[in-house]
Design a protein around this ligand. Sequence first.
Ligand code: ATP
Length: 241
Amino acid sequence: MVDTPLLKIENLEVRYGAVEALKGVSIHVNAGEVVTIIGGNGAGKSTLMKTISGLEPAAAGRVMFEGHDITRMPGYQRVALGVAQSPEGRQVFPDQTVRDNLLLGAYHRKASAAELEADLQAQFETFPRLRERQEQPAGTMSGGEQQMLAIARALMAQPKLLLLDEPSLGLAPLIVKEIFAVIRALKSRGVTILLVEQMANQALAVADRAYVLETGHITIEGTGAELRRDPRIRAAYLGEH
Ligand code: ATP
């Protein structure tokens, strides 16, 4: 018997008025995998993530999660099912403390204070800088720290699927390295991740499988290693000519 993928997207179409952002996209993510979507500006990567988390409606096609059709399910119900997104641009609550931002990630869970505290401590193990800064307003932290917080906040939902939309965006190379180290650590703990990135080299290195999205179409797919060797990817996304 073939296992049902955790996430299966079939012929997804999304439009913004006359703009067709996704033109029939089909991808899947199996439990325990890290899958990455690479693609240039405007390819439709963020739109795909928003449609999975329920922030953008599908014009056609289906989003299946654990074999259930969630295409028309509101976003908050998807969070309860186990889909959590760390959005592009981070979007932490700037006036709230780090600790309160993290607790907001768990708002839908019926967890006891002791369980929440244990989960906070688990995030602090992965992200030690957040422990030191837990009483600091999130808006006063550096870009890299806010990115860590956004990922940790998504993890507080105890997701079955973690959606990471361009976690390296606008960050210095050293911080990007740290972010990818965190992604590798999460992967080794078995967290299932769908990662959208423009940093194709690092994303392909951490990914089990990958898709290339170009102007609303999936044009190439394969293992991370296959795509890193692919001359089309090397020329278009890895800066090699
Ligand atoms: P980037 O890497 O630059 O963030 P992306 O691959 O995430 O790009 P999307 O943000 O998904 O791309 O955008 C896909 C297309 O849809 C683009 O042509 C964009 O201009 C258009 N688009 C995105 N959001 C909207 C919107 N709210 N209204 C109208 N058009 C939109």
